[in-house]
Design a protein around this ligand. Structure first.
Ligand SMILES: [Zn+2]
Length: 340
C-alpha cells in the first residue's frame, strides 16, 4: 500500500491552543501524532512510504476561495510585522458575526473572518505544512487512479473542518475535499468521514453538488464541536439535495451501535455507485481519545475497515484527527490492514 507523507508538517507546531473559558493548553494536534503512526507503518512490510508529488495550487484553488488562500499565504509575515504583544501564534479574539458580505482589511479582522475557532493557530510554516498535506492527499488519489486498490495520505494538518474560505478545528486546507474534487473529473466520488467530529468543511464544500456524495458519522453537534453544523436534517441543497448525509452519534456509542450506523452509510454509498471512495479517517472515535466521547475499540476500528473494504472500491484514506497518541499507530494499522 502506498503511503504519502511529508516532513514539512513539523514546521506547523503551534505553542498552544485555547479551550473553552480561555484555558491555554498544549496543542493537541501535534507532530508526535505522525511519529507514532510512522513508527507503526515502518514495522510492517506492506507500507511503501514516500514523499508526495507537488500538484501546484490549481487543485487546491479549485476547492478553496482565492482570497482565503491569499490570507493563509501572508498571515504569518503580516503577524510578525504587526504590533501585537505576544506573537507566538496568530489567533484573533474577534470573530465574524455570522458571515458579513464585506471582508475586513486588517490582519486580525481577516483572521476573525477566516477562522471559526481558537484551534486553527497559524505559526511560521503553517501554510507550507497545509500545502504539503494536501499534496499527500492528491498523491494518494493519483495512486488509486493508476491501479492501486488503496493508498494512505498521512496528512498533517488534517482538513475536514476547513471550508471553502475558512480554517477551524486544526484544519486549513481540506485535504479530502481537494482529493475528491480532483478525482471527480475522472468519475463519481463518495466521501465517508468517520472522524469523531462532524466534517463541516467537507459538507460545506460539496453541499450543492450531486457528483460527490458526502457522508459524515460523528458525535451529535447538539453536545459536541463544531456545534452549529452536522445535524441529521442537513441533506444538501439545490442539485446537491439528497447527496449529503449526517449520522449523529450519542455519547458512549459502542462498537455494535457504531457498526450498525456504518452499515447504513455503506448502503447509501453502494446505491450511489461511485468510482472512488475517499475516507476521512479520524481516529478520535477511539474509546480513550481525550477529545472523544464514543467508545469504539481497536477491534471495532478493524471491523470498520473490513466493512468499508467490502464495498470493493478504490479507496483514498486521508488522515484526519485522533489524539490518543500512544494508540494512534495501532489503530491506524488496524484500519489499514483491512484496506490494503
Ligand atoms: Zn476529530
Amino acid at each position: 500500500m502506498k503511503v504519502f507523507y511529508s516532513e514539512i508538517h513539523r514546521r506547523h507546531d503551534p505553542p498552544f491552543e485555547v479551550f473553552d473559558g480561555g484555558l491555554r493548553v498544549p496543542y493537541l494536534e501535534n507532530p508526535d501524532r505522525m511519529e507514532r503512526i510512522l513508527k507503526a507503518l515502518r514495522g510492517v512490510d506492506w507500507a511503501e512510504i514516500s514523499a508526495p508529488t507537488d500538484f501546484g495550487l490549481e487543485p487546491i484553488a479549485a476547492v478553496h476561495d482565492q482570497e482565503y488562500l491569499d490570507f493563509l499565504t501572508s498571515a504569518w509575515t503580516e503577524w510578525l510585522a504587526s504590533d501585537a504583544e505576544d506573537k507566538s501564534t496568530l489567533l484573533p479574539a474577534t470573530f465574524a458575526l455570522r458571515r458579513q458580505p464585506r471582508r475586513p482589511k486588517s490582519l486580525l479582522g481577516r483572521a476573525g473572518y477566516y477562522m471559526m475557532d481558537l484551534s486553527a493557530c497559524i505559526v511560521d510554516g503553517t501554510y507550507e505544512a497545509a500545502l504539503a498535506s494536501a499534496n499527500c492527499a492528491l498523491s494518494a488519489a493519483q495512486a488509486v487512479t493508476e491501479g492501486g486498490k488503496s493508498a494512505f495520505a498521512l496528512c498533517r494538518p488534517p482538513g475536514h473542518h476547513a471550508g471553502r474560505d475558512y480554517a477551524g478545528g486544526y484544519c486549513f486546507i481540506n485535504n479530502a475535499a481537494v482529493a475528491a474534487n480532483w478525482l471527480s473529473a475522472k468519475g463519481r466520488v463518495a466521501i465517508l468521514d468517520i472522524d469523531y467530529h462532524a466534517g463541516n468543511g467537507t459538507q460545506d464544500i460539496f453541499f450543492d453538488r450531486d457528483d460527490v456524495l458526502t457522508i459524515s458519522i460523528h458525535a451529535d453537534p447538539d453536545f459536541e464541536y463544531p456545534s452549529f453544523i452536522g445535524f441529521e436534517e442537513e441533506r444538501g441543497r439545490g442539485r446537491g439535495l439528497g447527496f449529503h448525509h449526517n449520522f449523529p452519534l450519542h455519547k458512549g456509542t459502542d462498537d455494535a451501535a457504531y457498526l450498525a450506523t456504518l452499515d447504513q452509510a455503506l448502503g447509501l454509498i453502494g446505491e450511489f455507485k461511485p468510482a472512488y471512495l475517499v475516507l476521512s479517517a479520524g481516529m478520535d472515535i477511539y474509546a480513550e481519545d481525550p477529545l472523544g466521547t464514543v467508545k469504539v475499540t481497536t477491534n471495532g476500528i478493524a471491523e470498520i475497515g473490513k466493512r468499508i473494504a467490502s464495498l470493493e472500491l478504490p479507496i483514498v484514506v486521508v488522515m484526519e484527527g485522533g489524539y490518543a497518541n500512544e494508540a494512534l499507530g495501532r489503530n491506524i494499522l488496524a484500519l489499514l490492514e483491512e484496506l490494503k
